[in-house]
Design a protein around this ligand. Structure first.
Ligand SMILES: Cc1ncc(COP(=O)(O)O)c(C=O)c1O
Length: 391
């Protein structure tokens, strides 16, 4: 089955070819080269007990299926399941747990993930330990006989801490636990966790996979048959599916993922280098800089260093001047779109994280985050330079 849907691809197909073609073939009834938006709730059956593989829109949809097969191939998985948001995808992963189970989680995980675990799932006799997963010894110490999942984000948002994926997979597997990687920040162009031993990968497709800031969605990619069977069941049972239109948008987005990521990576690195020599900037967080404490690990497990950069200006007032002074950078939450966004983690994305926890994670009031888009780099640097002049 794994190969069937790679249609015209040979076993040797490379990444950009996979992004463009996997999961898709010309529409059998018209030859349309682009998978249509199958905006339908049900499917007419040929006769009682005989149908074309599609019965009801929550259970199966051809546009969604094309996207799921496309992303499964992109992430080197066996199957993928698309959900209505990144959080719905993480919620589906959580249904693999049973009461009494324990999960070890990157302490700097996305705030929405922390909220789901801490405020919702902890009501169901599930327990969570938050640990700096960059520190493998601490991660191992956090594991208990009840640990069934190690849930990591790498790089983390916004301080760009990395977790060694191969070591994390070994730690999890030694305890019969799954390694789950939220790969939203890196994108599969830069990092493919399954190749390092991850069992499950998840994305907010809202970010790099769709890439155009016009859709909310999520996906889970799996490799083990039992996980695939369960996720297929849960996607239908809970029903938090990605719509046909959003599936189509993301499928359009993945066609240009490699091209966009090359530009995001180039712009990210150029912005990080510019900021690291600017006298008003105290510190830059970017895994592509040799000064990043885990630069060697980044080179080992990432193909590019991404478009996300954080930097420290020393005070809320300095951060405010830059955030209010930029013209081309848009002040907004989210990331991974073609246009460059700038944000203030302490009061925006991480406002729900208690102040003491923020301080422990290194998220200060003077920190600014950039999601580098694909504009001409000179224009982005000019804009940053004029905003920094006001500090
Ligand atoms: C790393 C990460 N994971 C998951 C999510 C949740 O995704 P969504 O907003 O699509 O529900 C986000 C959203 O910002 C994220 O940054």
């Amino acid at each position: 089955m794994y190969r069937e849907w790679i249609v015209k691809l040979t076993d040797r197909a490379r990444f950009s070819t996979i992004c463009l073609h996997a999961g898709q073939e010309p529409d059998p009834s018209t030859g349309a080269i682009i998978t249509p938006i199958y905006q339908t709730s049900t499917y007419v059956q040929d006769e009682l007990g005989k149908h074309k593989g599609f019965e009801y829109g929550r259970t199966q949809n051809p546009t969604r299926l094309a996207l799921e097969n496309n992303i499964a191939a992109i992430e080197a998985g066996k199957a993928a399941f698309a959900f209505a948001s990144g959080m719905a995808a993480i919620g589906a992963i959580a249904t693999m747990l049973k009461s009494g189970d324990h999960v070890v989680v990157s302490d700097n995980t996305y705030g929405g993930t922390f909220r789901l675990f801490d405020k919702v799932l902890s009501r169901y006799q599930l327990s969570f330990t938050y640990v700096n997963t960059s520190d493998l010894a601490a991660t191992e110490r956090a594991m208990t006989p009840a640990t069934r999942m190690l849930f990591v984000e790498t790089p983390t948002n916004p301080v760009m801490g990395l977790t060694d994926l191969r070591c994390a997979a070994s730690l999890a597997h030694a305890r019969d636990a799954r390694l789950v990687v939220d790969n939203t920040f890196a994108s599969p162009y830069n990092q493919r966790p399954i190749e390092f031993g991850a069992d499950l990968v998840t994305h907010s497709t809202t970010k790099y996979l769709n890439g155009h800031s016009d859709s909310i969605g999520g996906v889970v990619i799996a490799v083990r048959d039992e996980d695939i069977e369960w996720l297929r069941f849960v996607q239908n049972a809970e029903g938090a599916i990605l719509s046909p239109f959003d599936s189509w948008l993301v499928l359009r987005g993945t066609k240009t993922l490699p091209l966009r990521m090359q530009q995001h990576n180039a712009n990210g690195l150029a912005i990080a280098e510019f900021l690291s020599t600017h006298k008003k900037v105290q510190k830059v967080f970017y895994p592509g800089l040799p000064s990043h404490p885990q630069h060697e690990l980044a080179k080992k497990q990432m193909r590019g260093f991404g478009g996300m950069i954080a930097f420290e200006l020393g005070s809320l007032e300095a951060a405010r001047r830059v955030l209010n002074g930029v013209r081309l950078h848009s002040l907004a939450e989210s990331l991974g779109g073609v246009e460059t966004l700038i944000s203030h983690p302490a009061t925006m994305t991480h406002a729900s994280v208690p102040a003491d926890r923020r301080a422990a994670l290194g998220i200060t009031d003077g920190m600014v985050r950039i999601s580098a888009g694909v504009e001409d780099i000179e224009d982005l640097l000019d804009d940053l330079a004029q905003a920094l002049d006001a500090v």
